[in-house]
Design a protein around this ligand. Structure first.
Ligand code: PEP
Length: 256
């Protein structure tokens, strides 16, 4: 983390968990635990059905709301899809794009990631773009090749100003929901590679300003070691973001 250039960001991805009532309860419990936090940005990504209510109850706490996905068309006969404009209308400032669960189970490709980023930007949203390798790819020594492909395809034809509204989340797929976190050193190595690749795609100066989050079994007891790495600017947290107490403990990684 280098807070003089990049403000740390801790984001929670709730996946398909929590009703509107459970969302309200979470933010009621979170309020005293994050009162006065300004060392980092806080974001929660609830399911679509809870976005509107979450944006209302999270605003006084200074927590931004993110969607977990979007569709790139603005409107039309696309049954089941939700546009970037609708997500903004529900009070969101961010959208996660290209999460590994979307890539694995819903055929998300680098091309669709790229279209979704452009749609998000068109509606004024910041994009939290997920990249990361499978276990077999890591074991075959393909990690950098996979990241290279995801970054080049997903971020194709974006301009330097676009990168001020891009947040990258490095999420090795083998670490998501498995309890198996990348060591801080392994994560740092991937983050350094991502930043150097961004430097080639945009400019070294702009790459220094892009936040690169780590995701994969982040918990209160491993966040400090990850945040001590120079290229890790925050975390995208799944399971541990579902309880206010553990999410707040991750937000307060420097101690309170
Ligand atoms: C995620 O869903 O992006 C994630 C990192 O999940 P978990 O923290 O549960 O591994």
């Amino acid at each position: 983390m280098n807070p003089s250039i990049r403000k740390p960001l801790i984001a929670g991805n709730w996946k398909m968990y929590k009703t509107i009532g459970e969302t309200e309860e979470f933010f009621t419990q979170l309020e005293p635990l994050v009162n006065g936090v300004n060392h980092c940005e806080m974001v929660i990504a609830p399911p679509f059905t809870a976005l509107r209510r979450a944006s209302e109850v999270a605003a006084p706490l200074g927590v931004g709301i993110s969607a977990q996905d979007l569709y790139w068309e603005t409107e039309g006969a696309w049954t089941g899809e939700v546009s970037a404009k609708m997500i903004c209308d529900a009070g969101c400032r961010y959208s996660i794009i290209g999460h590994s669960e979307r890539r694995q189970f819903f055929s998300e490709s680098d091309r669709s990631v790229n279209r979704k980023i452009k749609a998000a930007h068109g509606a004024g949203l910041e994009a939290i773009v997920c990249v990361g390798e499978l276990l077999a790819e890591r074991e075959a020594g393909q990690t950098e090749k996979v990241l290279e492909k995801q970054l080049t395809g997903g971020l194709a034809a974006l301009t330097e100003p676009d990168f001020s509204r891009i947040i990258i989340a490095y999420e090795p797929v083998w670490a998501i929901g498995t309890g198996r976190t990348a060591t801080p050193e392994i994560a740092q190595e991937a983050h350094r590679f991502i930043r150097s690749r961004l430097g080639q795609l945009i400019s070294p100066g702009a790459a220094e300003r892009v936040r690169v989050l780590y995701g994969g079994s982040v918990k209160p007891d491993n966040i400090a070691g990850l945040m001590a790495q120079p290229d890790i600017d925050g975390a995208l947290v799944g399971g541990a973001s579902l309880q206010a107490k553990s999410f707040a403990a991750i937000v307060n990684f420097q101690g309170r």
